[in-house]
Design a protein around this ligand. Structure first.
Ligand SMILES: C[S@@+](CC[C@H](N)C(=O)[O-])C[C@H]1O[C@@H](n2cnc3c(N)ncnc32)[C@H](O)[C@@H]1O
Length: 441
């Protein structure tokens, strides 16, 4: 028997979901589900955010900071497994699989949600109706287990996946299908958590269909505009090192009344950016220009916000050594920013440290020449600038000329107030998103 679901009825159902998130993105994701979905029971743990909604599931698919979306089946206390495989299998049956009725009910909910997703929009692959009917009572499944901590010392993820799969098969009578299962059962076992969920979408939420050429990870690109101190509607927004345009396109979707300008010295990057812009349908709102960020061809105060993913490492070359170029780059971005505008920079840890060396915090009325006096930290690695991450009073910045420049006089950017500093993971390395507001001096 196939249960035909009324989409409106599913919409009213409370759904217990969770999303995975990159390191440093959990807090932003928790805020996003609260703001955009009015989610309740929001709880974040490293790498995951749990929440309940009775909103349309289609809205959940629009989340920008999440990696993947799951229907929660089971969230329990962490388990410890004996080394003896038979005893371990018994613990898994009891603690990871638990009550078969919960699995059956969750599968029904998952089926309804799949229909809701298809009702609203033909997303993902629609399975054949007969397959659905066949699999209603005994869906085929595959287990993907990830483990860390103590358990990972005795068991590999693969071995655990097999043990859990056997337990589900025995207790529920579901069929294992490693190639094309109806259900993918995701299990996460760590020293702190035992979580079981079922993905609701085939593709990650983080993959954007219009990005024909990938640049900065979309979730991080989105975080840059999201961390901007103020909403950026009716604005002119500049990315002076735009690459393939990931930052511009994430911001363009978030701020529908803003217009965007992307610059890059590399024509091939600009060509890819143009293709991405076309695929996203944003041609009318995003302009591109070949130009150097070191000499931005715009008048003083011409833009309302500057968002910039500053290159580092070997992948992107820069005409000058970036740590050396950073003060000039910063000065140029500050120049084209209007008073009240915002600057958001994504900097590698190394460039952040460089910024820390070349920039020191100052009080509003502090005299430049009294840097070494009693009011100022003489050890720059300990300056107050570092502690502006959260609630501290914003500080003013002083950029010193790089050693290659002739004068020893500090090059003041008195107008930039540090707001926040947020650490995120780029996969193989971490980076900081720094935010500033330009004030009248
Ligand atoms: C880290 S990538 C930006 C990646 C971009 N966020 C994306 O999603 O593709 C930095 C970009 O800066 C560009 N670039 C390097 N030096 C530059 C300069 N002086 N002026 C403008 N762009 C520059 C590189 O060509 C590269 O495309």
């Amino acid at each position: 028997m196939f249960i035909k679901t009324d989409c409106n009825a599913v919409e009213k159902m409370i759904k217990q979901l969770y999303c995975t998130a990159g390191a440093g993105m959990e807090e932003l994701l928790a805020e996003e589900v609260q703001q955009k979905l009015c989610a309740t029971q929001v709880e974040q743990i490293p790498g995951r955010v749990f929440f309940c909604i009775n909103a349309d599931l289609q809205n959940v698919t629009q989340l920008k900071s999440a990696e993947r979306l799951f229907l929660l089946l089971h969230k329990a206390e962490p388990i410890s497994l004996p080394n003896n495989p038979a005893k371990a299998a018994a613990v898994i049956k009891q603690r990871v699989v638990g009550d078969p009725d919960i699995w059956r009910q969750t599968f029904l909910t998952w089926t309804s949600l799949q229909q809701e997703l298809q009702c609203c929009q033909e997303r993902g692959q629609k399975r054949k109706r007969e397959d659905e009917e066949d699999s209603l009572h005994a869906p085929s499944f595959r287990v993907s287990c990830r483990c860390s901590g103590v358990i990972a010392r005795s068991y590999t993820s693969q071995r655990l996946s097999r043990i859990i799969g056997m337990a589900i098969k025995e207790d529920l009578g579901w069929k294992v299908d490693l190639r094309e299962p109806v259900l993918e059962v995701n299990v996460y076992l760590s020293d702190d958590h035992c979580i079981v969920g079922i993905p609701l979408l085939k593709n990650p939420l983080a993959s954007r269909s219009y990005m024909k050429h990938n640049g900065l990870r979309s979730t991080i690109a989105w975080a840059m505009s999201s961390l901007c101190p103020k909403k950026l509607n009716d604005c002119v927004i500049l990315d002076p090192m735009c690459g393939v345009g990931a930052v511009l396109l994430e911001a363009a979707q978030e701020y529908s009344n803003a217009v965007f300008l992307g610059m890059d010295t590399d024509v091939s990057q600009l060509e890819k950016a143009a293709e991405n812009i076309k695929a996203s349908g944003m041609e009318g709102r995003v302009q591109l220009l070949q130009s150097s960020a070191m000499e931005i061809p715009l008048a003083d105060g011409a833009v309302d916000a500057v968002l910039c993913d500053v290159p580092f490492g070997r992948k992107f070359s820069c005409s000058s050594d970036m740590p050396t170029a950073l003060p000039r780059l910063l000065k140029e971005m500050e120049r084209v920013l209007r008073v009240g505008g915002h600057l958001v920079l994504l900097l590698s840890l190394q460039l952040s440290a460089q910024l820390k060396k070349t920039i020191c915090a100052q009080e509003h009325n502090q005299n430049v020449n009294s840097l070494e006096t009693k009011n100022v930290h003489t050890d720059l690695s300990n300056t107050h600038y570092e502690s502006t991450d959260t609630t501290d009073t914003p500080k003013l910045l002083t950029v010193h000329r790089s050693s290659s420049e002739t004068s020893n006089t500090p090059l003041l950017i008195r107008s930039l107030q540090a707001q926040k500093k947020h650490r995120v993971s780029l996969g193989s390395t971490d980076a900081f998103i720094h935010t500033y507001t330009k004030i009248q001096t």
